[in-house]
Design a protein around this ligand. Structure first.
Ligand code: KG4
Ligand code: ZN
Length: 354
């Protein structure tokens, strides 16, 4: 089954084709992402109306480009998957309208995908995918969640942030230190040259039981440290390092607790912050020490993309699920309310047809 995936929930337009007849990482026949970062940078954050208009401009050209890359014609598609939420309502509607119109015109099924389920399943697109049950850490610009994945489609929230998401904390801290939007990856790059330990910030909420997070106090600590410092380039690097170490440490401590609570040794990490090198290394060390496994998507599939939507949609379409022809999006959407994947071709991931 060749499934087209469309992602347009925020400031990235993503299009991909996932072919369930192919095995492992080669099943991703093509994927393209167009980032609107330059458009929003001068405003210091995403402007929803500008995001919607840019999706309108970029989606169809990107779709043609992706089909070309896959060596396919639009008539070769067997299904369409699109992000139906959570996200910006106008931006979501662009992807949903194109997806629904295409599916209607081609008389093929279409399904609205939960953006965070897309992130969560992205590591399963790689070779040697983990099988549920496992624990997932979802760390993006809007979410920080620990989820017990009992099966694909059966998600139990173990903990989440009470205020800022990890990516949001990276972005806000970067902004305070004078870096342009979205500063997360740039702050991480600054931290590379920083001296560990010169600035030590709190590991919020690790001194008490529980799996929730809180990152908003951390940015205030960084602000105070930055204001009280000599504000040299070296200090900028050292503060960035101190901040990154605090976030990474906090996430790792809670991940280990979540694995203990769920009696699991498999951790799956997804979402934009999952691209962070130090987080990847720290979680790898922890998993090795436990004799377990940590699975990440390749860094380009950590941030928003159409591949994860094509993949998550393909699993559900293969299980016989699809939506009706209405263009419907859900800007706020609880992942625990998703239906389980009732029928699968194989146990676990269960995606291979003929
Ligand atoms: O998953 P994503 O692309 O979009 C959302 O669904 O939110 O995540 C974007 C977030 C941004 O906050 C960005 O700063 C952060 O992920 N991010 C990083 C890195 N790459 C992206 N944060 C820290 N280190 C990185 N290397
Ligand atoms: Zn995302």
């Amino acid at each position: 089954m060749k499934v087209l995936g469309i992602e347009s929930s925020c400031d990235e337009t993503g299009v991909a084709v996932y072919d369930t007849a192919l095995a492992g990482a080669s099943a991703l026949r093509a994927h393209q992402v167009y980032s609107q970062i330059a458009l929003h940078a001068e405003y210091g954050g995403v402007v929803p109306e500008l995001a919607s208009r840019d999706h309108v401009r970029k989606l169809l050209p990107l779709l043609r480009q992706t089909l070309d890359e896959a060596g396919l014609k639009v008539g070769d598609l067997d299904g369409v998957a699109y992000t139906a939420g959570p996200g910006l309502v106008g931006a979501l509607l662009v992807g949903a309208s194109v997806a629904r119109a295409l599916a209607w015109g081609l008389d093929i099924p279409a399904i609205g995908v939960h953006h965070m389920e897309g992130h969560l399943l992205a590591p399963l697109m790689e070779n040697d995918p983990p099988q549920p049950p496992f624990v997932a850490l979802l760390v993006s610009g809007g979410h920080t969640q620990l989820v017990a994945v009992e099966a694909i489609g059966r998600y139990r929230l173990l903990g989440e942030t009470l205020d800022d998401a990890a990516g949001e904390a990276f972005d806000k801290t970067a902004k305070m230190m004078g870096l342009p939007y979205p500063g997360g990856p740039q702050l991480a790059a600054l931290a590379e040259a920083g001296t560990p330990g010169r600035f030590r910030f709190a590991r919020p909420m690790t001194d008490r039981p529980g799996l929730d997070f809180s990152f908003s106090g951390l940015k205030t600590q960084v602000l105070l440290a930055w204001r009280g410092s000599d504000q040299t380039e070296t200090t900028r690097h050292d503060i960035a390092r101190g901040f990154e170490d605090a976030v990474v440490d906090t996430l790792a401590i809670k991940c280990e607790r979540a694995l203990d609570a769920a009696e699991s040794d498999i951790l799956v990490v997804a979402g934009g912050v999952g691209a962070n090198r130090r987080l990847r290394a720290r979680l790898q060390t922890m998993a090795t020490r436990r004799g377990g496994r940590v699975c990440f998507p390749r860094p380009e599939l950590c941030t928003d993309n159409g591949a994860m939507i094509a993949f998550a949609g393909a699993l559900r379409l293969q299980a016989g699920q699809q939506g009706d022809a209405a263009v419907h999006v859900t800007p706020r959407w609880d992942m625990a309310s998703l239906p389980p994947l009732v029928a699968a071709a194989e146990p676990g991931v269960g995606i291979r047809d003929s």
